[in-house]
Design a protein around this ligand. Structure first.
Ligand code: HEM
Length: 405
């Protein structure tokens, strides 16, 4: 099968249009592309020219080949007029081996299974507190419940004092809702800069101290690099919170699966994997080819941009049985929502622990959970999930009750 180039007016080019992800059906387009044009060239328009990959195996192979597919010029589509990502080569997500490996080992201890295990009690407490507050108020926008909860966890790891969590949350919200990078938010960057200086003067047991005092190739990171890496970490957590919110929405839309989990809590780890697959909250990763490569008969030249559509990979009919069914007991479930290879999500263990904690807190203490208003979706081609999810919550009164209406 060969793919043909299409002009930007062709509907397939809409795959990168944020409007499609707010109000359209990107899955219908991805499904078509998987079948008829799995390696598809989009010509330059407002965005630079790029290739779309939609099949699981192709996407996985590109992730696992950082030599031929580099992250250093950016991992997200940006308007052509902005050029390559200015963080290229400087942050964890935007660097290639061997530098990537050294940077990653600076941060890895903070996200290891051991580190997350040590945090698990405080994560559970934060989840119970968030749910109790929503219950007191009779409901909430789940976007903020999940947002504040996951934000408090990452702030603790970074080393942001509790008194500043709310300010930092507000600044991040402002940047996320304006769809600008966190680096474009002056107060947030100023705050991080001060935190970096504090930890240079007096290191503490936190990630910021590891960044300002750690070395790559025997040299300390520059202030600029440390700052961008803080921003990268906090920005990347948006995927985690969107997965939590998208998970809640999935249960509201599939109440039988919530009842199933309530009846059998042993299903929780499988349910978490299914939520991660189902939501695939990171919509795409981009790579730049470093030498010519042929994929399914299409020749990709050095310098070409290649976009990997993760929700499409995770609905690939060749890999997943009945991929459009939300099944909390799905096995096997070899999704690649968290990427694969060198850049495999460093926050994956943390994200899973947060999901287990939040859904456990909801199962333990809520009776009925109802949608209380319209759901809107995030306007982005980089991340996806609900932008608003109003819910009404009632407390659990007897061990038998609880569900969705
Ligand atoms: C279910 C939730 C999450 C999903 C779906 C997700 C998805 C991903 C994906 C697809 C990548 C690869 C990006 C690329 O190479 O182009 C990635 C990398 C990364 N993620 Fe996550 N993520 C999640 C949660 C988190 C959390 C909670 C954190 C908090 C620390 C985090 C931090 C990062 C970082 C720093 C990287 C870069 C790793 C590297 O390049 O070595 N993620 N994530």
């Amino acid at each position: 099968m060969t793919a043909t180039a299409v002009s930007p007016e062709h509907p397939l080019s809409r795959i990168a249009d944020p409007e499609l992800h707010v109000s359209g059906d990107p899955h219908a387009l991805w499904r078509w592309m998987r079948e008829f044009s799995p390696v598809h060239r989009h010509e330059a328009g407002e965005l630079p020219a790029f290739w779309s990959l939609t099949k699981y195996e192709d996407i996985r192979s590109v992730y696992r080949d950082p030599g031929d597919f580099s992250s250093a010029r950016g991992v997200l589509l940006r308007p052509a007029r902005l050029g390559d990502d200015p963080g290229g080569g400087l942050t964890l997500a935007l660097s290639d081996p061997p530098r990537h490996k050294e940077l990653r080992s600076l941060m890895a201890d903070w996200f290891s299974t051991r580190a997350v295990r040590m945090l698990e009690d405080s994560i559970r407490t934060a989840a119970r507190t968030a749910v109790a507050r929503a219950l007191d108020e009779g409901g909430c926008d789940f976007v903020h419940l999940a947002g504040r909860f996951s934000h408090s966890v990452i702030c603790g790891i970074i080393g942001i004092p509790e008194r500043d969590h709310e300010d930092v949350y507000r600044w991040c919200e402002e940047a996320f809702s304006a769809h600008t990078s966190l680096a474009a938010h002056p107060q947030l960057m100023e705050y991080f800069m001060e935190l970096l200086y504090d930890r240079m003067a007096e290191p503490a047991d936190d990630l910021v101290s590891a960044l300002v005092n750690g070395t790559v190739h025997g040299e300390l990171l520059s202030e600029h690099e440390a700052l961008l890496n803080c921003e990268n970490i906090i920005g990347a957590t948006e995927n985690g919170r969107l997965a939590l919110i998208g998970g809640m929405l999935a249960f509201l839309q599939h109440p039988d699966q919530w009842h199933r989990l309530r009846r059998d809590r042993a299903l929780l780890p499988d349910a978490v994997e299914e939520i991660v697959r189902w939501t695939s909250s990171a919509t795409h990763s981009m790579r730049t080819a470093t030498r010519p490569r042929v994929i399914r008969g299409e020749r990709i030249e050095a310098g070409d941009r290649v976009v990997l559509w993760l929700p499409s990979a995770n609905r690939d009919e060749d890999i997943f049985e009945d991929p459009y069914r939300f099944d909390i007991a799905r096995r096997p479930n070899r999704h690649i929502a968290l990427a694969s290879g060198e850049h495999f999500c460093i926050g994956s263990t943390l994200a899973r622990a947060e999901m287990r904690a939040l859904f456990t807190a909801l199962l333990d203490s809520t009776g009925v959970i109802e949608q209380a208003g319209p759901v809107t979706r995030v306007r982005s081609n980089a991340v996806n999930g609900p932008a608003a999810l109003p819910v009404r919550l009632t407390p659990r009164t007897t061990p038998g009750d609880g569900g969705f209406s």
